[in-house]
Design a protein around this ligand. Sequence first.
Ligand code: M6P
Ligand code: ZN
Length: 194
Amino acid sequence: MTESGDETVTLKPLDPFALIVDFRSGALEPHTSRTERRVSDMHGAYADEQALSQLVKDGDPLVYEVLQYDVPEEVGQLICCTTVLQPGTVGDEYFMTKGHYHAARDTGEVYLGLSGHGYLLLMTEDGGRAAKSMGPGALAYVPPYWAHRTVNTGEEPFVFLAVYPGQAGHDYGTIEKTGFPERVLRTPEGVVLR
Ligand code: M6P
Ligand code: ZN
């Protein structure tokens, strides 16, 4: 227990741990949670809602999964997880994560590319925007206040590690309303950000 002024912060004891990350597959062992998102979980995210409905009818493929060894969602903790984003498109738009702001806006995040290729799209509520190319070894910094979404532009799974503060939380609602300024499209000329 630590005391600072009037505030008392209690951290639950947590033993040190070491996990094994398979850079190619994104497997994290052991993990205590696995979140999967299928095409049917992505309504509203892609421009081509008709293509999305067709994909749902055709078997509702997996878009991505997040593997995590859970720690308390508290100040002082760091959450570590791997994301495995499958290759594919909805219409001409590459598979991507939902994307989120942190509920606690003043928290950042670090992404490390492990395998495959894609983009990290970022934006702020006051009009900031950025896109970072991601591949094996790319270390991307998401500053506080920046929403973030990843996109797989390759032919194999795009796998990355994320580390972020325990209290961050996920705000998906704001993205559902505003979307991201850029869409990442498969075109005959190659990958286009539009
Ligand atoms: C990264 C982290 C996670 C996030 C995941 C999938 O691993 O940022 O916090 O859950 O990507 O992204 P989203 O939650 O936007 O679907
Ligand atoms: Zn985040």
